[in-house]
Ligand binder design. Structure first.
Ligand code: ADP
Ligand code: TRP
Length: 320
């Protein structure tokens, strides 16, 4: 079965992107034929600076490779290197009811945050459906915020199949409960747009400052601390072993330790977790050519699959 996911190169990646999408996707690369891509067409709905788009696309590529994506096993490519997907998006848009898109939260959220209300921003989920359907994807690992888009992809596939005959497989989302929503420094969902992120590329002093600045309540040092909803514990659970997690929880309940100590431990654990990633990233960054050749090889493989699916959809709809 094919496993597919994409990530927009709309800025540097944070812990939410890593634990919500990247790590689960990488873990799945051994379980089937994985297709992972850099959603640069999608990024154009919110990033309007050409040199930034180029820079972030390269950054996402090295982030994925440093995080453990194995280009021998997974097909890794740039969305726009397979332009067939935009033709499929057009075919799919002819079966997509307006109401379905009007119900999507992400368009409302993004325009409310000040993004210009373009047609591309509105029809974003149709292009995303094309991404998913064109590779005949069975499983799509994403964070919880993409759940609705997955539902749109399924609905659109059903509509197309009803109108033109069985053409597309219905994809299943895979959303890991334990990392479904990684909280940011302020307790809201960590996001590039909320100014509450810890970025994989943050230098040590910035990373540390952010962790030490995590919001806590005003429980005095001696008093027991609440484990419910603790941001420190939630972030710690992403990287700590079960025994370490239990120890910190017990210490919370016992009292006698200030939040500053826990933050220091959290920093140590998070920073240490990404040591290997940082070393591998430096190697990939130094070898731009190799990154480009991985993406070119991935695009060639992805294109083959995409062409076959598009040909099927063209036939089914009467274009050919
Ligand atoms: P952002 O909200 O920072 O702009 P994106 O929308 O580009 O992030 O998300 C890229 C991927 O990372 C998606 O699969 C999304 O579900 C996942 N993701 C983003 N933020 C989080 C988070 N805080 N917790 C879990 N997953 C997340
Ligand atoms: N919309 C996704 C996000 O913002 C990125 C994306 C584009 C995607 N196409 C996709 C994710 C297809 C999974 C499958 O994170």
């Amino acid at each position: 079965m094919k496993i597919l996911s994409g990530i927009q190169p709309s800025g540097p990646l944070h812990l939410g992107n890593y634990f919500g999408m990247m790590r689960p996707a990488i873990e799945l690369q051994d379980k089937g034929e994985a297709f992972y891509f850099i959603a640069d067409y999608h990024a154009l709905t919110s990033l309007f600076d050409a040199s930034k788009l180029r820079e972030y696309s390269f950054d996402v590529a090295v982030d994925f490779l440093a995080a453990g994506l194995d280009p021998e096993r997974a097909v890794f490519f740039r969305q726009s290197d397979v332009p067939e997907v935009t033709e499929l998006a057009w075919l799919l848009s002819t079966v997509t009811p307006m109401g379905l898109l009007e119900r999507c939260h992400s368009y409302k959220d993004k325009t409310a945050r000040g993004l210009p209300a373009s047609h591309a921003l509105f029809s974003y989920p149709v292009l995303m459906a094309a991404d998913i359907l064109i590779y005949d994807s069975g499983l799509v690992p994403v964070g919880r915020d993409q759940k609705q888009h997955l539902e749109v992809a399924r609905d659109v596939a059903v509509k197309f199949n009803e109108r033109f005959g069985e053409t597309f497989r219905l994809p299943e989302p895979q959303i890991r409960d334990e990392v479904a929503t990684v909280p940011g420094l302020d307790g809201q969902k960590m996001s590039k747009s909320y100014n509450n992120g810890i970025f994989l590329s943050d230098p040590e002093n910035v990373f540390k400052k952010k962790v030490m600045g995590i919001k806590t309540d005003s429980t005095p040092v001696e008093a027991p601390k609440s484990v419910e909803g603790s941001l420190i514990l939630q972030l710690y659970s992403l990287v700590a072993k079960q025994a370490e997690m239990d120890a910190m929880k017990e210490s919370f309940l016992r009292g006698g330790t200030g939040y500053g100590e826990y933050k220091k431990e959290l920093f140590r654990a998070l920073w240490g977790y990404f040591a290997e990633y940082r070393a591998r990233r430096a190697e990939w960054v130094a070898d731009r050519k190799r990154v480009e050749s991985v993406l070119a090889a991935g695009a060639a493989k992805a294109r083959e699959v995409a062409r076959a699916t598009l040909a099927k959809a063209r036939r089914a709809s009467g274009l050919t």
